[in-house]
Write a protein that binds this ligand. Structure first.
Ligand code: NAP
Length: 311
């Protein structure tokens, strides 16, 4: 029996509609219907969340949100006075512990084993690898020294890689589920000029998430899983444009971010409008997106220069 061409077309149409419906229902479930899953990581005695780059922007607000949901905190920063001020602000009710460590993420001599040793008795169930810095490189890559660019690579991926490596045995010893998050960027999916020190690092973090997930899942499964968070524009210290529909404040974004923890997706945009943005990028075609990103990048770099001059 052979299928007529009209039956083939209607079969393909049905498949297309079903796959779109599946996608749409996953979207509704993820952002609007699903019960909160972050409480899966609140187990055992005094559970801790470790957040890197917690002195400003997204990291600071995610730390605040986690504290309000019952987590003790280990916060990372590079400036002790600034970090102590954040700790004072977040922990003013004194209901939970907040510990901290200092490290300039761009340095090559960080002793990650020592950092992990410092927290060996804590019940860490969440590791939020948030630290990152676009670096505002206004010139082409070869205008900077290899050491300057290596510093960017350390901040944007190697620090997270090494810290995760040092803390993995600790996370595996948690009595229940433990989650490692890598904070990514939508810029890894588009090709904008002057992001050579940043976007490739975010792609690395995504591949790392996938590989570490399979590593912990197969042969001898463990309690640890990994999620890569796709982030669009968010108002922060390094993104000082005004808040808008597609650019939430760090506070608003942090609420969505924390809600997405434990959702079970390997790669997720925690803010639903960033997810819509990401989807539209796939529809527009590479050439148009590249052109658009180049215009936006020009604006961002010139704004950044003005902010830095006025700081
Ligand atoms: N905001 C956005 O539009 C956007 C978009 C996509 C992805 N992201 C990602 O979101 C994450 C947070 O960014 P954000 O926008 O919240 O930035 P932010 O407000 O500038 O905060 C960055 C945090 O990282 C720390 N940090 C930066 N460089 C460091 C270094 N060399 N050593 C140690 N700490 C360092 C900062 O410390 P100081 O307070 O001492 O500066 C601060 O705590 C990053 O991974 C970024 O790539 C942000």
């Amino acid at each position: 029996m052979s299928l007529s061409s009209s039956s083939v077309v209607s079969l393909l149409g049905t498949f297309l509609i079903l796959s779109l419906l599946k996608r749409f229902s996953s979207f509704l479930w993820l952002y609007f219907l699903r019960p909160s899953s972050v409480y899966r990581f609140l187990h055992g005695q005094e559970p801790y969340a470790l957040v890197t780059g917690a002195t400003d922007g997204i990291g600071k607000e995610v730390a605040r949100e986690l504290y309000s949901r019952g987590f003790n905190l280990v916060l990372h920063g590079r400036n002790e006075a600034k970090l102590r001020k954040v700790i004072e602000e977040i922990g003013k009710d004194g209901s939970r512990n907040i510990k901290y460590f200092l490290a300039s993420a761009d340095r090559s001599d960080i002793d990650f084993a020592k950092i992990s040793e410092q927290f060996k008795d804590l019940n860490i169930t969440l590791l939020i690898n948030n630290v990152g810095d676009g670096g505002s490189r206004t010139k082409r890559a070869d205008a900077y020294s290899a050491e300057q660019l290596m510093g960017d690579v350390r901040v944007n991926c190697l620090f997270s890689f090494n810290l995760t490596h040092a803390l993995l045995p600790k996370l595996r010893s948690a009595a229940g589920p433990a989650l490692v998050v890598f904070v990514g960027s939508i810029s890894a999916d588009i090709h904008a000029p002057r992001l050579y020190n940043y976007a490739p690092c975010k792609s690395f973090l995504y591949q790392l998430t996938r590989c570490l997930n399979t590593d912990e899942k197969y042969w001898t499964p463990t309690n640890v899983s990994f999620t890569y968070m796709v982030v669009g524009e968010v108002v922060s210290n390094s993104m000082r444009s005004p808040a808008a529909l597609f650019r939430p404040t760090s506070k608003v974004f942090a609420r969505h971010f924390v809600e997405a923890l434990g959702c079970g997706w390997e790669r997720v945009a925690p803010y639903w409008l960033h997810s819509v943005q990401q989807w539209s990028v796939t529809l527009m075609g590479d050439k148009f997106v590249e052109w658009f990103a180049a215009q936006r990048m020009k604006d961002l770099l010139s704004q950044d220069l003005k902010w830095k001059a006025s700081d």
